[in-house]
Design a protein around this ligand. Structure first.
Ligand SMILES: Cc1cc2nc3c(=O)[nH]c(=O)nc-3n(C[C@H](O)[C@H](O)[C@H](O)COP(=O)(O)OP(=O)(O)OC[C@H]3O[C@@H](n4cnc5c(N)ncnc54)[C@H](O)[C@@H]3O)c2cc1C
Length: 419
C-alpha cells in the first residue's frame, strides 16, 4: 500500500480537501511557518488538478479543450513545505486524533494529526423530480462542464444533418434550470457564445433557443432589485427566454414540463438548482446542521472538537451579526481559510486565537463573458466594470496561492476561453 506519511516527531496539521479553502490554508501556513514552529503540513486531496468551479461556464461553452485545470497542485506546492497526498480522507477518528486515508474499498492508512482541518467542499444536489437525474446535466465539476461541452457538440452534429427547420431548432434548444448565480452565469455564457460557435459550424444562429427556468418569480435574489432588473434586461438582449414562477414538474428527452402545465422544449437541460455539503462528512461523527453542513463555533472549530476545524462549503458558519449561515461561496471559503491559518499559527506559538468575523465586500455575477452585474462596498456596477471586478477576484486568488507567474498564465488562459 502506498502511504501518505512517514513517522515524525513534529506536530502534524492535516488538511482534508485542496479546493479554494484547503489550498489557501496550506499555502498561507507554509509561507508563514518558522522552523521553531516544529510542524508538518499534510494536504490530502484526491485530484492534482483543482476544480475550476467559478469558470465552469467557460469550460462548458467556450472553445473545446482536451483538458482543463484551474490550478495544477504539484506546481503550487513544489517549493513549499507541504506534503501533498493525492488520496482521500475516508473517515475521521476524533477520539484517536487520526484520519483514515484511502479509497472507499480500502485499504486505509491511519494518519495521526495534531490539528485537522476539514475542507471537503460540496456536491451538486438533485431533487427527486421525475426525469431530472436522467435527463439533466449538473454543473458542479470540470467533468460536468466537459459533459455539457460534449452534449453541445453532439447537438451541433444533429442539427447539421437535419434539413427540417423546426426539427433543427428543436435540436438547438437549450434550457438551464435555476436562476441563482450559477444558472445565470451558464445561461448567459450559452446565449452569448453559442451563436458564434454555431456560425463556426456552418449553423444559423437564428435556430438557437436558450431558456431559463426558475421556480421563484425573480432571479438572483441575493442581489438588489436594481441589479436584478439589469440582469433581466441583459438576458432579454441575449434573447434568453425566461420562464419564472413555476417549479419543474418533470424532465424528459424533449424538454421540461412545469407545474403550471407549460412546456419548455429542450434537447439539453442543465440543472443549477442547488448544492449540498460533502455527504461523506456527515458520516464522520461530527455535528451537522439539517442541510448536512458541519456546525462550527466562532473559531471555525467543529462543535465540541477543539482540534478539528471545518471551513468552506462543508462548514456551516453562523454569522453572529446577521444570525445567518454563510452561503457556499469561494470568497467565504478563502476568508475562512486565511483566518484558520492565522489561528493555527497562533496555536503553534501558544498565543490566544481569534474568532472569525466574516465581511461580504461584494458579489459579482457574469452574464456572458463580457457583461456582469454586482456590487462592491456600496457601489453597484454593471457591464464591463462588473465583469472586470469578477475576473479580478480570480486573479487575486491565483496570485495569492501561485504568485505572479501562475496568475498571469491563468489570466491569459481565461481570456482565451472567452473568445
Ligand atoms: C458553477 C459554479 C460557479 C461558482 N461561482 C462562484 C463565484 O463566482 N464566486 C464565489 O465566491 N463562489 C462561486 N462558486 C462557489 C465556490 O466555487 C465554492 O463556494 C468553493 O468552491 C468552496 O470552496 P471549498 O474549498 O470549500 O470547496 P471546493 O472548492 O469544492 O474543494 C473541495 C475539495 O475537497 C476535495 N475532497 C472532497 N472529498 C474529499 C475527501 N474525502 N478527502 C480529501 N479531499 C476531498 C475535493 O476533491 C475538492 O478539491 C461557484 C460554484 C459553482 C459550482
Amino acid at each position: 500500500m502506498q502511504t501518505c506519511t512517514s513517522p515524525t516527531e513534529k506536530r502534524r496539521i492535516v488538511i482534508a480537501g485542496g479546493g479554494y479553502a484547503g489550498t489557501t490554508l496550506a499555502v498561507r501556513l507554509a509561507k508563514r511557518i518558522r522552523p521553531s514552529d516544529d510542524v508538518e503540513i499534510l494536504l490530502i486531496e484526491p485530484n492534482p488538478c483543482q476544480q475550476a468551479l467559478s469558470e465552469l461556464d467557460l469550460v462548458a461553452v467556450g472553445p473545446p479543450r482536451p483538458e482543463f485545470c484551474e490550478l495544477w497542485l504539484p506546481t503550487i506546492f513544489k517549493d513549499l513545505p507541504v506534503t501533498v497526498c493525492y488520496n482521500r480522507v475516508h473517515a475521521v477518528l476524533p477520539d484517536e486524533h487520526a484520519v483514515l486515508v484511502g479509497p472507499r474499498e480500502g485499504p486505509h492508512e491511519k494518519v495521526p494529526y495534531w490539528r485537522l482541518v476539514l475542507a471537503t467542499g460540496a456536491v451538486a444536489f438533485v431533487p427527486p423530480v421525475p426525469g431530472l437525474k436522467e435527463h439533466a446535466t449538473t454543473m458542479w465539476s470540470v467533468h460536468d462542464a466537459q459533459k455539457l461541452q460534449e452534449r453541445i457538440q453532439q447537438q451541433f452534429r444533429v442539427a447539421a444533418k437535419t434539413v427540417d427547420r423546426e426539427a433543427r431548432a428543436r435540436a438547438l434548444s437549450f434550457a438551464v434550470i435555476g436562476g441563482g448565480a450559477t444558472g445565470i452565469e451558464i445561461v448567459g455564457t450559452m446565449a452569448q457564445m453559442l451563436p458564434k460557435r454555431m456560425l463556426d459550424h456552418g449553423l444559423d444562429p437564428r435556430d438557437l433557443h436558450v431558456h431559463l427556468v426558475e421556480g421563484r418569480p425573480d432571479i438572483l435574489y441575493d442581489l438588489p432589485e436594481s441589479l436584478r432588473r439589469k440582469a433581466k434586461a441583459r438576458l432579454a438582449r441575449l434573447k434568453v427566454e425566461l420562464h419564472l414562477g413555476s417549479m419543474v414538474s418533470s424532465v424528459d428527452d424533449e424538454g421540461i414540463t412545469l407545474e403550471n402545465g407549460a412546456r419548455v422544449p429542450a434537447s439539453v437541460v442543465v440543472f443549477c438548482g442547488g448544492a449540498k455539503a460533502d455527504p461523506d462528512a456527515t458520516t464522520w461523527g461530527l455535528a451537522a446542521d439539517p442541510s448536512g453542513r458541519l456546525t462550527v463555533d466562532e473559531w471555525l472549530r467543529a462543535s465540541g472538537k477543539p482540534d478539528i476545524y471545518a471551513i468552506g462549503d462543508v462548514a456551516a458558519f453562523r454569522d453572529p451579526e446577521t444570525k445567518r449561515t454563510l452561503p457556499m461561496l469561494a470568497q467565504f471559503a478563502i476568508r475562512e481559510a486565511e483566518h484558520t491559518a492565522d489561528n493555527l499559527l497562533r496555536e503553534l506559538r501558544g498565543q490566544p486565537t481569534e474568532p472569525f468575523r466574516p465581511h461580504m465586500h461584494g458579489e459579482f455575477v457574469s452574464i456572458g463573458p463580457s457583461y456582469g452585474v454586482g456590487w462592491a462596498f456600496r457601489f453597484h456596477l454593471s457591464g464591463i466594470p462588473a465583469i472586470i471586478m469578477k475576473r479580478f477576484t480570480y486573479v487575486m486568488y491565483w496570485y495569492e496561492v501561485g504568485g505572479i507567474r501562475i496568475a498571469w498564465k491563468r489570466l491569459r488562459e481565461m481570456l482565451a476561453m472567452q473568445r
